[in-house]
Write a protein that binds this ligand. Structure first.
Ligand code: KG4
Ligand code: ZN
Length: 332
């Protein structure tokens, strides 16, 4: 069984081939055009997907050494994501499936981030908890089976990736700023500055307050010292990162306590953050958890995770009609 999977939900055009559960290729074209605008511009994203999709798909088939006529199904990200971007991947997948007369499989992008853990060992055992953290989502998900997921808590406003990116923007760093905060934080003191952590009673998150707190903190300090940011960049980044990571881990600890589940995973772009990876590893040792952290290339958006999810759907006979349209807001 050979499946070609296409991911185009945001600003990465990616294609991957999976053969009987083994990833044979994972080609990712990142759109750099957005950097100069300080965020993803949807119209530019869909145009870039149109330019990248054919070469990316061809490269992934070539890397997998697989001719098109040996494909068993075509998978694509149906949502959540940017409508224009999703449309490019969905239309391409539909046309290819129709042309090759093979089934079509729709994949939920957030489910796929979780299922990235099944690409290679060690694989979590069911049930497990997954903290899914990206530029658009922040969720604690209970996973009872490959396609059986329940959201236990989520952000009520900004996603944590957004909090990283917006904080970076306030510091004058280019988009996407999350990885840059991570890089500068390595040289800084995480306890140099304190930012308020929002207190939500349940397993939900809120990240808009900390963004505002950082804005006032920078405004007040640059008023008396215009060089404040440049002089303290590493300490500021380390402190912001520490605060965001603690907010995530507090809730994860609570979810583990409430469910009694000790299989704990993280997924999504922010799971590439070295502070989060280190703190989770340490917390896992303290709590006696089995912790699962994906390889870097499977943290941020990629089609291998879409292919993995599609493999599970193929096995369960879950196919999609040609009349399907993308869903920018799609729940788990
Ligand atoms: O999952 P993803 O690639 O795309 C979405 O589905 O949103 O996540 C992108 C997000 C961005 O906000 C980016 O800044 C953040 O993940 N990110 C990081 C790091 N690498 C990516 N945030 C903090 N530290 C990182 N190392
Ligand atoms: Zn994503």
């Amino acid at each position: 069984m050979n499946i070609l999977a296409i991911e185009s939900s945001c600003d990465e055009t990616s294609a991957s081939v999976i053969a009987n559960g083994h990833i044979l290729s994972n080609v990712i074209a990142t759109q750099l055009i957005h950097e100069q605008y300080g965020g993803v511009v949807p119209e530019l994203a869909s145009r870039a997907h149109q330019q990248h999709i054919l070469p990316v798909v061809e490269r992934s088939l070539a890397d997998a050494n697989l001719p098109k006529n040996e494909l068993s199904a075509i998978a694509f990200t149906r949502g959540p994501g940017l409508l224009g971007s999703l449309l490019v991947g969905a239309s391409f997948a539909k046309a290819l499936a129709l042309g090759l007369n093979i089934p079509l499989i729709e994949v939920n992008h957030m489910q796929a981030h979780v299922l990235a853990h099944f690409i290679e060992a060690p694989r979590p055992a069911f049930p497990f908890l997954c903290l899914t953290v990206s530029g658009g989502h922040t969720q604690i998900v209970r996973v009872d089976g490959p396609l059986d997921m329940t959201v236990m808590g989520q952000t009520l406003d900004d996603a944590v990736g957004e909090a990283f990116d917006k904080s970076a923007k306030l510091l004058g760093l280019p988009y996407p700023g999350g990885p840059l905060i991570d890089r500068y934080a390595k040289e800084g003191n995480p306890l140099a500055f304190r930012f308020p952590m929002s207190e939500m009673a349940n397993l939900d998150f809120s990240f808009s307050g900390i963004k505002t707190a950082i804005m006032y903190f920078l405004r007040d300090n640059t008023k008396t010292n215009p060089e404040f940011i440049a002089q303290h960049l590493a300490d500021i980044c380390a402190s912001i990162q520490h605060t965001l990571v603690q907010m995530l881990l507090t809730k994860l600890k609570r979810a583990a306590r409430e469910t009694g589940i000790r299989e704990i995973a993280i997924a999504g772009g922010v799971s590439a953050n070295s502070g989060l990876r280190a703190s989770l590893t340490q917390l896992g040792q303290e709590q006696g958890w089995n912790v699962y952290i994906p390889r870097f290339e499977y943290c941020t958006d990629n089609a291998a995770m879409i292919a993995m999810a599609a493999q599970f759907k193929y096995e369960q006979g879950e196919f999609t009609a040609q009349t399907v349209s993308p869903m920018p807001r799609m729940s788990m």
